[in-house]
Design a protein around this ligand. Structure first.
Ligand code: ADP
Ligand code: ADP
Length: 223
């Protein structure tokens, strides 16, 4: 269970991105819906311990993000909204290098983990191809494999389906739904259908505040 309590964040330019966000996120797939500029990425980065809030707290399974960011980082995987430029090396080699950074020092274990993760996201047959040549959907699935490297209990996925065709979007949704069977998975999006179709629980964020929280079916009238 992820517990977010009264989180506030004002950037140096005076923008108040988070304005008292309180949220309980249970195991399963949780949708964070909000328009551009709502504060979704600010909230996701704060949960991922990549930035700190001005006040308030983030706790996961009793681990406080401000007090023990390293402990929390060991438990989470984060797929940022845009994850930059990939070097022209194969998917297998890239994931293997990232695995070394994650502490997979044993070669046999690393190979087994990397192959299993690429198979899990349906990229095993593309493992020898460069990620720089992958389609948007393939890149997103590679990003999930990357985020899963530490075997996290908390997976944070920021605006993943932008620019995906419907088939890739479905495939990606199915992958997230399967992962959410034994994890907390937070999906941020500005697309109502993404949360309505997929997430048993959701919240609506606008101007740094949680406006609504609950099951999509109960909130649809308000959306
Ligand atoms: P969303 O992900 O919902 O689009 P963001 O968290 O990216 O929202 O942004 C919320 C607000 O904070 C926006 O007004 C944005 O311009 C501003 N913002 C985001 N990151 C920064 C930053 N590093 N410095 C200054 N302002 C920022
Ligand atoms: P240690 O934490 O003792 O250094 P490892 O080096 O084996 O253990 O693993 C480092 C991290 O990788 C741990 O978070 C562990 O849960 C994770 N991990 C280990 N094996 C796998 C695997 N086969 N698939 C996914 N994650 C793994």
């Amino acid at each position: 269970m992820l517990q977010i309590n009264d989180l506030t964040k004002t950037y140096d330019n005076g923008v108040r991105a988070l304005d008292g966000v309180t949220l309980s996120v249970p195991k399963g797939l949780f949708g964070l819906l909000g328009p551009n500029g709502a504060g979704k990425s600010s909230l996701m980065r704060t949960i991922a311990t990549l930035q700190t809030a001005d006040s308030g707290s983030v706790r996961f399974d009793g681990i406080d993000a401000a007090a023990a960011p390293h402990a929390l980082r060991h438990r989470l995987g984060y797929l940022p909204q845009d994850f930059g430029v990939y070097p022209r090396i194969s998917a297998y080699d890239l994931l293997s290098h990232l695995a070394v950074l994650k502490g997979f020092t044993n070669r046999a274990e690393r190979r087994e983990t990397v192959e299993a993760l690429l198979a899990h996201v349906n990229l095993f047959q593309h493992r020898k191809h460069a990620v720089s040549g992958f389609s948007g959907g393939m890149r997103q699935r590679f990003g999930i494999a990357q985020a899963l490297l530490g075997d996290p209990d908390l997976l944070i996925v920021d605006e993943p389906t932008a620019g995906l065709d419907p088939e890739e979007r479905n495939r990606f949704h199915n992958l997230l739904a399967a992962l959410a069977e034994d994890k907390v998975v937070i999906l941020s999006t500005h697309i109502v259908e993404d949360v309505a179709e997929l997430c048993p629980q959701m919240a609506v964020l606008a101007a740094g505040r949680i406006l609504l929280e609950g099951a999509p079916a109960d909130l649809m009238d308000a959306l």
